[in-house]
Design a protein around this ligand. Structure first.
Ligand SMILES: [Zn+2]
Length: 370
C-alpha cells in the first residue's frame, strides 16, 4: 500500500466545505485525523492549512456527482484535477460523476482512468443505493473494482439514510468483504463508525447535514431544509436542540447520560448549546468532538472485538431510545441504528455475560458512552 494511503488507515475524517476548513482542521488536529475538503477550488484552502502547520491527511472532493447540475459517470474523470491534488502533495480523489444503478460502462470508465493516474489516487464512486439491491450485483461490482486494483471511496445516494435500509447495509458489508483494495466511505454520519469497525479503510463524517448525506435529485422537492442538530452520544443520533431540551427535561432518571465534557460543552448537556454565543458553530464542534471520541473508544478494539463493540454501542443506544420513548411522544429510534442492530451480529455474544432473550435486547442499566 502506498504510504499516503497507509496514513488514512482507520481514520474518521471530517468532511467540510472549504469555508469551514480552518475550524475543522483545529478539531482534526486535536483528534489526530484529517479532512475531506468539498469544493471545486481547494488550492488556496490547502495552502493556508499547510502554512498554518496542519500536516494531517487532506482529500479533496470535487462533488461533481450531487445536486441538480451533477454529471454522469460516463463523462469520465479529469486527469488535471488529479494532477492539481498531486501538485499540492495530496492523495488524489477523482472528480467522478454520478453512478446510476448498473451503469457498468461509467464504473469501468472511472476505474480505468483512475488506475492510469500516478499514485496515490483513489477512485471516487458516487453510487445509487440500488447497486446494493441484490447480492449478484454487489458481487459483480466487487469483481469490477478488484479488476483495476485502485483504492475506492464510496458515497451512497439515498433519499434519507442509506444505512437505514437493510438491503443497503447488507450489500455494503458484502462489498467490504469482497473488495481487495482499500475502501473509504465518504459523506456519512455516525454509520461511518460502523463502517470502520467492519473494515472500511477510512470514513468521513460531514460537518453539516448536506455533507452527511448524498440526496437524489427530486422533482419539485429536494433535500430537507438544513437545521442545527447535535450528535447525542448516548443515543448515537443527531437531534435538533429543541428536541434535546425536551429529552433532557423529560428524563430526569437518565440525567447522568446527557452532560458532555467536550471543549464545546464544558460539562453541559447538548441541549444547552442553544445558549452559547454561536449555536450552529458550537453544535458542529460538539458533534465532531463527540463522534471522534467515540471513534477512539471503538477503535481500541480490533477484529471481532471491534464488531462486538459497535454492535454493543448500537444495542445500548437503542435501549436508551426505548427509555426516552417512554416519556417522549412520537419517539422513534433512528432507522440506521435499528438496521445495524438487525443486520449485524455480535461475534462475542457472551462478552457482557448477560443472557439475551430472542427478539429482545438485553436489559441493562444505561451508562454514559465516551
Ligand atoms: Zn459536547
Amino acid at each position: 500500500m502506498h504510504p499516503a494511503l497507509d496514513q488514512l488507515s482507520d481514520r474518521l475524517l471530517i468532511q467540510c466545505r472549504l469555508s469551514h476548513a480552518a475550524a475543522a482542521a483545529r478539531i482534526a488536529d486535536e483528534h489526530d485525523t484529517g479532512l475531506v475538503l468539498t469544493g471545486s477550488s481547494p488550492e488556496p484552502t490547502v495552502r493556508y492549512l499547510r502554512d498554518q502547520g496542519f500536516d494531517r491527511p487532506i482529500l479533496c472532493d470535487a462533488d461533481r456527482y450531487s445536486g441538480t447540475r451533477r454529471i454522469s459517470a460516463g463523462k469520465g474523470i479529469r486527469p488535471a484535477w488529479c494532477r492539481r491534488q498531486h501538485d499540492l502533495g495530496l492523495t488524489a480523489l477523482t472528480d467522478s460523476g454520478y453512478l446510476a444503478t448498473r451503469n457498468w460502462t461509467g464504473l469501468r470508465t472511472i476505474l480505468r482512468a483512475a488506475a492510469r493516474q500516478p499514485e496515490p489516487t483513489i477512485a471516487m464512486l458516487p453510487l445509487a443505493a440500488r447497486w446494493f439491491a441484490t447480492p449478484s450485483v454487489c458481487d459483480a461490482l466487487a469483481r469490477v473494482i478488484n479488476g483495476q486494483h485502485v483504492p475506492v471511496a464510496l458515497a451512497i445516494e439515498h433519499r434519507s439514510d442509506p444505512f437505514g435500509a437493510q438491503y443497503v447495509l447488507r450489500g455494503f458489508l458484502r462489498l467490504l468483504d469482497a473488495i481487495a483494495v482499500p475502501v473509504l466511505l465518504l459523506r456519512c454520519d455516525v454509520s461511518a463508525l460502523g463502517a470502520l469497525c467492519h473494515g472500511a479503510h477510512a470514513a468521513a463524517i460531514g460537518t453539516v447535514s448536506a455533507l452527511r448525506h448524498f440526496y437524489p435529485i427530486t422533482v419539485g422537492g429536494g433535500p430537507p431544509p438544513p437545521r442545527v442538530s447535535a450528535f447525542v452520544t448516548p443515543l448515537l443520533s443527531y437531534h435538533r436542540l429543541d428536541t434535546c431540551e425536551r429529552v433532557v427535561a423529560g428524563t430526569p432518571e437518565l440525567h447522568q447520560l446527557w452532560p458532555c465534557d467536550c471543549p464545546a460543552c464544558h460539562g453541559a448537556t447538548p441541549a444547552q448549546l442553544s445558549t452559547t454565543e454561536d449555536p450552529p458553530v458550537a453544535t458542529t464542534e460538539h458533534s465532531l468532538h463527540a463522534q471522534l471520541r467515540l471513534r477512539a473508544e471503538l477503535l481500541r478494539h480490533t477484529g471481532e472485538q471491534g464488531l462486538s463493540a459497535w454492535h454493543e454501542a448500537c444495542s445500548h443506544a437503542l435501549f436508551v431510545h426505548d427509555q426516552v420513548a417512554e416519556t417522549t411522544t412520537r419517539w422513534l429510534a433512528p432507522a440506521n441504528l435499528r438496521t445495524w442492530y438487525a443486520v449485524t451480529r455480535d461475534p462475542l455474544p457472551h462478552r457482557t455475560g448477560i443472557p439475551r432473550q430472542p427478539g429482545r435486547r438485553a436489559a441493562r442499566t444505561p451508562r454514559p458512552l465516551g
